[in-house]
Design a protein around this ligand. Structure first.
Ligand SMILES: *[C@@H]1O[C@H](CO)[C@@H](O)[C@H](O)[C@H]1NC(C)=O
Ligand SMILES: *[C@@H]1O[C@H](CO)[C@@H](O)[C@H](O)[C@H]1NC(C)=O
Ligand SMILES: *[C@@H]1O[C@H](CO)[C@@H](O)[C@H](O)[C@H]1NC(C)=O
Ligand SMILES: *[C@@H]1O[C@H](CO)[C@@H](O)[C@H](O)[C@H]1NC(C)=O
Ligand SMILES: *[C@@H]1O[C@H](CO)[C@@H](O)[C@H](O)[C@H]1NC(C)=O
Ligand SMILES: *[C@@H]1O[C@H](CO)[C@@H](O)[C@H](O)[C@H]1NC(C)=O
Ligand SMILES: *[C@@H]1O[C@H](CO)[C@@H](O)[C@H](O)[C@H]1NC(C)=O
Ligand SMILES: *[C@@H]1O[C@H](CO)[C@@H](O)[C@H](O)[C@H]1NC(C)=O
Ligand SMILES: *[C@@H]1O[C@H](CO)[C@@H](O)[C@H](O)[C@H]1NC(C)=O
Ligand SMILES: *[C@@H]1O[C@H](CO)[C@@H](O)[C@H](O)[C@H]1NC(C)=O
Ligand SMILES: *[C@@H]1O[C@H](CO)[C@@H](O)[C@H](O)[C@H]1NC(C)=O
Ligand SMILES: *[C@@H]1O[C@H](CO)[C@@H](O)[C@H](O)[C@H]1NC(C)=O
Length: 685
């Protein structure tokens, strides 16, 4: 009897332990993420996300030299006022620190945080003020000797950092031994397993693989509990992350450290990259929903940024964020087939479309009357970049209209897109230079953003013009990335995310790969950075910082080192180098069009509601193999690179030769044909 009771108790205990381990989500957040990765394999060693929500530093550094003095746990003793030690977590992390210590007398431990190594010390990097870092430190004080514990208050959650500096403040000869440091990770709050990626990428180029995973991890650090947004109005000293961002249990913000706000413009890059990698589209849905929830019901305009930041916005009609919210809605519904979300917000979408299209004038161009766009503080008027984004909005809106059961709008919006394209090419193209101008006036500025988008969104009306833009963009390149002429001195991995996709989309694979290696490679290999995420922006002289469009230099430490808008290589490498993308709602249709560049192999995949999509290619002597494994009920378009231009290669599918007939044609440099889903292998010689 006693024995049976014991067994029962043990079983109950084991069960409880199991549950407490399995339910490892943020605080009282219900777990709703996947338990396991959809694609197990050796590439998982490139995932930066920790295997546990509770992590410790990897090593202890000397503040003076920045050198490692011990691994962690290790000898970590602070003696006397002002003594300090730096704890390096090895990667970007974020959340609440728990300390255990043993003191010999009264005093206080200061905790200061930084993403970049440049700002280790008693002052945290800046998350809360652009011009002068007011963040400072937070303190754990103790009045007597003995052991003690400290947990950061929720309000002081630090959203993004790699380095924690602990320093001792005391009036006496107190010394303190740090017995334990545990960080409770705040991001990806609904996932019990932070490594349960729903997509993967693996190629013969290890730097590209790591860049792909640094984009994915960045996006995870941007998926945050909705009650941990940056407090508005901003504090004048310290920081507070207790703002309410929107609905649900998880929401995607712009950056881990800051702004910790929903910025729709950022989602133009972040959403496609989320889909092919981590796969947490719930955070995306909640971020889009908050924009609809805060739409101005009179005008149809969306706020510039989600709450609580929106309260600052007197300029509530920021055109660019309207159109990005609309493109974001398209991407979200394309990937998920969430027609419930679409139906719920369709009337508001229509109102937003009326609002923005109402600003198209007699010339056929959008006339932006609101303030502030990326790199431009002043009013944009007929700026090329907002016009490019409006074009993409109309094209994607036309398809959304069909999904929303209002197909008559498909024709209307496609016609509007066509006339906008004509107007952009007529008024904004600089034929003398061979690229688009910044707007429809006589300006000589040829911006990186509008020109990259012109190719990527297919606004440019000839392949010759597209080729000329692609070549002209190279003039902005430096050894560490492309300097944006519209924001002098700055290198923007956000806008460069569009540039790489522009080069890829017209087959300039070598250019796209070169820019990825220069820009993202520079940051990932920079020992002062996080070595695990993608940065918001940096300066052409190779220092961290930002020159604003208003002319002043931000506090260099204000830059976010984990910013999803810079994650373009993650979707770019999957969509173009592996070549796999979805083209029909929910993944019903897909495309496989690999671009080899200088690689010898690549594989990868992602998930939709229909299941797993996976593909791989490998060069061989005189040819290559291309395999795919996708849901049976889908159809795909395959574009095979020809080995010699214009030559008909020998192609076998599952060992059966396919002849050159009407179902397989040469288009440009590729052989194009349609296939059914399932698991198949193609050999090309
Ligand atoms: C303790 O050190 C700090 C700098 O770390 C200094 O500002 C402060 O004046 C020192 N206090 C005493 C009592 O020495
Ligand atoms: C040090 O002494 C000053 C003046 O007595 C007091 O205000 C302060 O709280 C003390 N600091 C610590 C850390 O004990
Ligand atoms: C890293 O930062 C230190 C200190 O600011 C600087 O001296 C060093 O040149 C930087 N290294 C790189 C690679 O930027
Ligand atoms: C230490 O003593 C001060 C002054 O009495 C008090 O304000 C503070 O709350 C005490 N701190 C702790 C951790 O007990
Ligand atoms: C957040 O914290 C700040 C500073 O303590 C406080 O003023 C503010 O009211 C809090 N905001 C919310 C939404 O709780
Ligand atoms: C909606 O926009 C109108 C026109 O710009 C403005 O007057 C009104 O205050 C806005 N409403 C809200 C709730 O912001
Ligand atoms: C654009 O809008 C502004 C503000 O309403 C107006 O002053 C300007 O004339 C418009 N430009 C064109 C080309 O319609
Ligand atoms: C949508 O419009 C485009 C362009 O007019 C047309 O090619 C396409 O067939 C239309 N799609 C549907 C489903 O009506
Ligand atoms: C056109 O672009 C140039 C270069 O950015 C800028 O200086 C000018 O103000 C813009 N003009 C208008 C009307 O927006
Ligand atoms: C572009 O905007 C400028 C400044 O508002 C205006 O002078 C010009 O006529 C506009 N051009 C077109 C084609 O709309
Ligand atoms: C880099 O450029 C910024 C902005 O012009 C400047 O403030 C900084 O001093 C420069 N740093 C170096 C190391 O040249
Ligand atoms: C998308 O959802 C609709 C409505 O729920 C359904 O009829 C359709 O089969 C779904 N499509 C896919 C690809 O799952």
């Amino acid at each position: 009897m006693a024995f049976v009771t014991l067994i029962t108790r043990l079983a109950t205990l084991a069960c409880l332990l199991y549950i407490s381990q399995a339910q490892n989500c943020w605080k009282d957040t219900a777990c709703s993420g996947p338990d396991d990765t959809a694609f197990p394999g050796p590439w998982e060693s490139n995932i930066y996300a920790p295997s546990s929500r509770s992590v410790s530093p990897k090593s202890i550094l000397s503040l003076q030299t920045g050198e490692v003095i011990s691994s962690f746990p290790g000898d970590a003793k602070l003696s006397g006022n002002g003594s300090q030690l730096v704890f390096d977590f090895g990667i970007e992390v974020g959340g609440l620190v728990h300390l255990k210590y043993l003191s010999t007398g009264p005093g206080a431990l200061g905790l200061a945080f930084t993403e970049a190594k440049n700002w280790i010390g008693e002052w945290s990097d800046s998350s809360n003020g652009k011009l002068k870092g007011p963040d400072g430190a937070i303190y754990a004080s103790f009045n007597k000797s003995g052991s003690g514990t400290y947990t950061m208050p929720d309000l002081s959650l630090r959203g993004g950092f790699r380095y924690l500096t602990l320093f001792l403040v005391t009036n006496s000869t107190t010394s303190v031994e740090i017995k334990d440091i545990q960080l409770e990770i705040g991001f990806e709050p609904t996932w019990s397993n932070l490594r349960a990626y729903q997509g993967y990428f693996h190629s013969s180029d290890e730097l590209l693989n790591k860049i792909w995973y640094s984009g994915a991890y960045t996006l995870q650090t941007n998926n945050v509990p909705p009650n941990t947004g940056r407090q508005v109005p901003f504090l004048t000293t310290g920081w507070a992350n207790n703002g309410t961002l929107g609905p649900g249990d998880t929401i995607i913000v712009d950056g881990a450290k800051r702004d910790r706000a929903v910025w729709p413009g950022d989602m133009g890059v972040a959403v496609p990259s989320t889909f092919v990698s981590v796969g947490d589209l719930t955070a995306v849905k909640n971020a889009l929903q908050v924009m609809y929830n805060y739409q101005n019901s009179t005008t149809g305009a969306f706020p510039e940024a989600g709450p609580p930041l929106l309260q600052l916005g007197s300029d509530s009609y920021h055109s660019v964020s309207i159109v990005w919210s609309m493109i974001g809605s398209y991407n979200y519904v394309l990937y998920t087939n969430d027609t419930v979300f679409l139906a719920q917000n369709w009337a508001k979408y229509l109102k937003a479309m009326d609002f923005i299209y109402g600003k198209v004038g007699d010339s056929g161009l959008l006339n932006v009357t609101g303030l502030r766009d990326w790199a431009r503080w002043q009013t944009g008027f007929n700026g090329s970049e907002p016009n490019m984004i409006l074009y993409r909005t109309l094209i994607t809106g036309a398809e959304l209209a069909i999904w929303a059961g209002q197909p008559s709008l498909n024709a209307t919006w496609n016609e509007r897109a066509a006339s906008l394209r004509t107007a952009i090419n007529k008024y904004c193209w600089d034929s003398g230079y061979g690229a688009f101008k910044d707007n429809a006036t006589a300006t000589t500025l040829h911006p990186q953003d509008a020109n990259s988008m012109a190719i990527f969104f297919d606004v440019v009306d000839s392949t010759t013009k597209a080729g000329s833009i692609s070549s002209n963009l190279l003039k902005n390149w430096t050894p560490i990335g492309a300097v944006a002429p519209e924001l002098p001195e700055n290198i923007s991995p956000f806008i460069s995310s569009f540039e790489i996709q522009a080069h890829f989309s017209i087959g300039e694979t070598a250019r796209a790969l070169e820019l990825i290696r220069r820009c993202w490679g520079w940051y990932l290999n920079n020992p002062n950075g996080t070595e695990s995420t993608v940065i918001e922006g940096y300066l052409q002289n190779g220092t961290f910082g930002y020159r604003s469009s208003r002319g002043y230099a931000y506090d260099a430490s204000y830059i976010s080192h984990s910013h999803g808008w810079s994650s373009g290589p993650t979707s770019g490498l999957t969509t173009y180098v592996l070549g796999l993308s979805v083209t029909g709602i929910g993944g019903k249709e897909w495309k496989l069009a690999p671009q080899f560049g200088d690689l010898t192999s690549a594989e990868g995949g992602f998930m939709t509601i229909l299941g797993r999509y996976q593909a791989s290619w490998q060069l061989k002597a005189g040819g290559y193999t291309l395999s795919y494994n996708v849901p049976e009920e889908t159809t795909g378009q395959i574009v095979l690179p020809c080995l010699a231009r214009g030559n008909w290669p020998r192609i076998e599918i599952d060992g059966h030769p396919i002849p050159r007939d009407t179902s397989a044609q040469i288009v440009g440099d590729g052989v194009v044909f349609s296939v059914a889903g399932g698991e198949h292998s193609i050999e090309v010689k």
